[in-house]
Design a protein around this ligand. Structure first.
Ligand code: PLP
Length: 292
């Protein structure tokens, strides 16, 4: 139930449909965002809306898709999707995809459609995970070539590996996967950026094989404002095993402590003090309690 913004109009949730010959359904050429609105004293507030819209446009540019709306129109579409569905807090999903005007890789007459849906978001991995942390495993799937060259794009086609990696992790009793790049260095989770802490210094992979996460950037800025040194560098798997703390960041995952990797307990095996400080600062900021 509710309304979805589709090609410039709010339409009934049930009428927001695509044809089975929608080009993106077949070939995966599409871009999307994951955005979140939090309940604040001033009503629902969309966190880092402009940054998400900017990234959607960058993703589309990388894929050579021309979005038929301005950034401001898509900002407003996201606000409308929250407002018109009377949501206090929401997950917002903008997506641009190619229509069904043609089939095959050579089709060049395809319309670029844009939709924005918003819905209430339950806790991503449960409340307990926020303090106890999650178990993760190194994935047998890597961030392959397309992901590495195209990792700045939040593109539909980039998520096959993420889904395979996540399923593999869940099937082996873990909650999330850690994907390595082609050279064996830590890249990111299936939908999260990765951080570790060792001797009071915070490390995160460089932006060579992971998405330029908006939460990642926020956390780097918050950590620096608290006086921590943040180093972007290549991280190996064994560095994670012997880290004092590790956590994931993402719009959906927020700041999520990691308990163990491949059965090796990390630090105390639950949320560490630095992670807790950053997590608290993040939640206080997104909910408008104590804006950063
Ligand atoms: N890495 C991948 C592959 C993602 O899909 C996401 C989710 O958006 C992230 C990292 C985290 O990015 P952000 O903090 O912008 O949500």
């Amino acid at each position: 139930d509710g309304l979805i913004w589709l090609d410039g109009e709010l339409v009934d949730w049930r009428d927001a449909k695509v044809h089975v010959l929608t080009h993106t359904l077949h070939y995966g050429m599409g871009v999307f965002e994951g955005v979140r609105a939090y309940e604040t004293d001033q009503g629902a507030a969309i966190f880092r809306l402009q940054e998400h819209t900017d990234r959607l446009f960058r993703s589309a540019h990388i894929l050579n898709m021309k979005l038929p709306y301005s950034k401001e129109e898509l900002n407003e579409a996201q606000r409308a999707a929250v407002r018109e569905n009377n949501l206090d807090s929401a997950y917002i999903r903008p997506m641009a995809f190619l229509g069904s005007e043609g089939m095959g890789l050579r089709a060049d007459n395809l319309k670029v459609h844009v939709m924005v849906a918003a819905w209430e978001w339950p806790a991503y991995m449960g409340e307990e995970a926020k303090t106890q942390g999650i178990k993760i495993r190194t994935s047998s799937y890597t961030r392959h070539h397309v992901n590495i060259t195209m990792c700045k794009a939040k593109a539909n086609g980039n998520y096959i590996n993420s889904m395979l990696a996540l399923r593999e992790a869940i099937d082996s009793g873990c909650e999330e996967a850690l994907l390595l790049d082609n050279e064996g260095y830590v890249a990111e989770g299936s939908g999260e950026n990765f951080f570790l802490i060792r001797d009071g210094i915070i490390y995160t992979p460089e932006l060579t094989s992971c998405l330029d996460g908006i939460t990642r950037k926020t956390i780097i800025e918050m950590a620096q404002s608290l006086g921590y040194e943040v180093r972007e560098k290549r991280i190996t798997r064994d560095e994670v095993y012997v880290a004092d703390e590790a956590f994931f960041t993402g719009t959906a995952a927020e700041v999520l402590p990691i308990q163990s990797l491949d059965g090796r307990i990390i630090g105390e095996g639950r949320r560490g003090p630095v992670t807790e400080k950053l997590q608290t600062m993040y939640f206080d900021t997104v909910t408008g309690k104590n804006p950063f």
